[in-house]
Design a protein around this ligand. Structure first.
Ligand SMILES: Cc1ncc(COP(=O)(O)O)c(C=O)c1O
Length: 398
C-alpha cells in the first residue's frame, strides 16, 4: 500500500485563486525573451533572408560550437525530415532492417517505413526508458543495417553497450536526439555529446522542445563531412548549385526566421537547461518527502547528463491513470502521457514492421503506467508543490 493511502481525508482544492500551471509554458518563456525575439525577427524581415541565408549559416555554426559537437550541423525542415534525410544519406532502403525502440514518438520508426526498409522493434529499460541493448541484439539479423538510438526525455541511451555492439556488427547508429540536445554520455568506453556518437544524429526544434522554434525546424549532425554534404544536398532538391540537380532530394530547409529565433534561445541555453534541471531536482525531493513509496521517479543514468525534456513518473500498477489525470486536471494540474501505445501496437505498423523474438513487455508495461508532470523553464517551487500535493491527494482514490 502506498504511504499516500494512509493520509487523512482529502481536502478540497481551491485552484481558482492560484497562478495557472502549464504542461509547457512557451508564453512565459517568450514573454521574458520578447525584446530579443522581436529584434531577431525584425532583422530577418529587414533583410528578407527567409530561406537559408546568413541567419541559418550562423545558427548552424553556433549550435555546433556552443554544444561542443565538433562536427557539422545541417538545418532542415523538422526532426522527422532530419531522420529521413539521415536514412537516405546512409543508403538505407528496401531489403534493409532498422532496429527501433518500441517506446518513442512515431517519427523514429515512420521514416524507416518511408525509406522502404523494415523497422524491427526492440524493448526498453524499465527505469531509464532507453533502448535495451540486449533486446537490440535479439532484434538483429543479417539484414540489419542501422539502429535508431532514441535519447529519450533528456538523457542518453546506454552508449557504452550500443556503440561497440554496432561497430562489431557494422550497424550504423542513427541517434534520434529530438529530446536530448545538449546531453552528454560520459561512460567508461564511450564519451560524447548526444547526436555525435554514432554515424549521424538528428534533432527537432518543434516549439516545445528544449530548443524550440516558433514553428517547425530540425537539424542533422555528424562528424562525417561527406555525410553532411550529402544531407545538405538532399535537403535542397538534390542540388549543390541552383538548377543543377544531382539526385532526387527533398525540400527541407530551415527558415531564416526560425534560425534567428533559435539563436536567441541558444544564447540563453545554459540558463534554460539549468531551469529544467532545477525543477527536476525539486520534483525528486518533493516526491521523496511525500513518501510515495509506490511512485517510481525517473531514474538518472549514471553515465549521462540529463536535460529534462520530460519528467515522467511511473504510477503504481492498478492505478486508473485516465481517472487520475481527469481529477488532476479538475484541480488545475495538467499531465500528459508519453507514450500511451508502444509503436508495435500502432495500426500503422501492423503490416510494415517486426518485433524482436521475445516481444517488448517492458515497453507495454511502461506505456500503461507512465505519467509526465509539468516540465518547463518557468516552473517554480510553489507550482511544483501544488502538483505533488494534488498527486498525493488524488492518487489513493484512483
Ligand atoms: C523522439 C522524437 N523523434 C522525432 C521527432 C520528430 O520531430 P518533428 O516533430 O520536428 O518532426 C520528435 C518530436 O516530436 C521526437 O520526440
Amino acid at each position: 500500500m502506498s504511504n499516500a493511502q494512509t493520509q487523512s481525508t482529502p481536502r478540497p482544492s481551491d485552484s481558482s485563486k492560484q497562478i495557472p500551471i502549464h504542461m509547457v509554458d512557451l508564453g512565459g518563456l517568450h514573454a521574458r525573451l520578447r525584446p530579443e525575439l522581436d529584434q531577431a525577427i525584425n532583422d530577418v524581415l529587414q533583410e528578407s533572408a527567409f530561406i537559408r541565408g546568413r541567419h541559418v549559416d550562423a545558427f548552424e555554426r553556433n549550435l555546433n560550437e556552443s554544444l561542443n559537437l565538433a562536427g557539422h550541423v545541417v538545418g532542415c525542415g523538422n526532426g522527422t525530415d532530419a531522420l529521413a534525410l539521415s536514412l537516405r544519406a546512409l543508403e538505407i532502403g528496401p531489403k534493409d532492417e532498422v532496429i527501433v525502440p518500441d517506446f518513442s514518438f512515431i517519427s523514429s520508426a515512420e521514416v524507416v517505413v518511408e525509406s522502404g526498409a523494415t523497422p524491427v522493434f526492440a524493448d526498453i529499460n524499465s527505469t531509464t526508458f532507453q533502448l535495451d541493448p540486449e533486446s537490440a541484439e535479439r532484434a538483429r539479423s543479417p539484414r540489419t543495417k542501422a539502429v535508431v538510438v532514441v535519447h529519450l526525455f533528456g538523457q542518453c541511451a546506454n552508449m557504452d553497450a550500443l556503440v561497440p555492439w554496432a561497430q562489431q556488427h557494422q550497424i550504423h547508429i542513427v541517434e534520434d536526439n529530438a529530446q536530448s540536445l545538449g546531453a552528454k554520455w560520459l561512460g567508461d568506453h564511450v564519451q560524447g555529446p548526444a547526436g555525435m556518437m554514432g554515424s549521424i544524429g538528428t534533432t527537432s526544434f518543434f516549439p516545445s522542445k528544449n530548443l524550440g522554434a516558433l514553428g517547425d525546424g530540425g537539424a542533422v549532425m555528424t562528424r562525417d563531412e561527406n555525410l553532411a554534404s550529402r544531407v545538405r544536398r538532399l535537403a535542397n532538391h538534390g542540388a549543390e548549385r541552383k538548377y543543377h540537380h544531382l539526385e532526387i532530394g527533398f525540400n527541407s530547409r530551415l527558415d531564416g526566421l526560425q534560425a534567428a529565433v533559435l539563436q536567441v534561445k541558444l544564447n540563453h541555453w545554459k540558463d534554460l537547461i539549468e531551469r529544467r534541471q532545477t525543477a527536476a531536482a525539486r520534483y525528486d525531493e518533493l516526491l521523496n518527502d511525500a513518501a510515495f513509496s509506490d511512485v517510481i521517479r525517473p531514474e538518472r543514468s549514471e553515465c549521462s547528463t540529463h536535460t529534462f525534456h520530460q519528467y515522467c513518473i511511473q504510477l503504481p500498477s492498478g492505478t486508473d491513470r485516465t481517472t487520475l489525470q481527469a481529477a488532476l486536471s479538475g484541480a488545475g494540474i495538467p499531465t500528459a502521457v508519453y507514450y500511451p501505445t508502444p509503436l508495435s501496437s500502432q495500426p500503422a505498423f501492423q503490416n510494415a514492421a517486426k518485433t524482436e523474438p521475445l516481444g517488448t513487455p517492458v515497453a507495454h508495461d511502461v506505456a500503461s503506467r507512465i505519467l509526465a508532470l509539468p516540465m518547463h523553464t518557468e516552473l517554480n517551487l510553489g507550482m511544483q508543490q501544488r502538483v505533488v500535493e494534488e498527486l498525493f491527494r488524488l492518487l489513493p482514490s484512483t
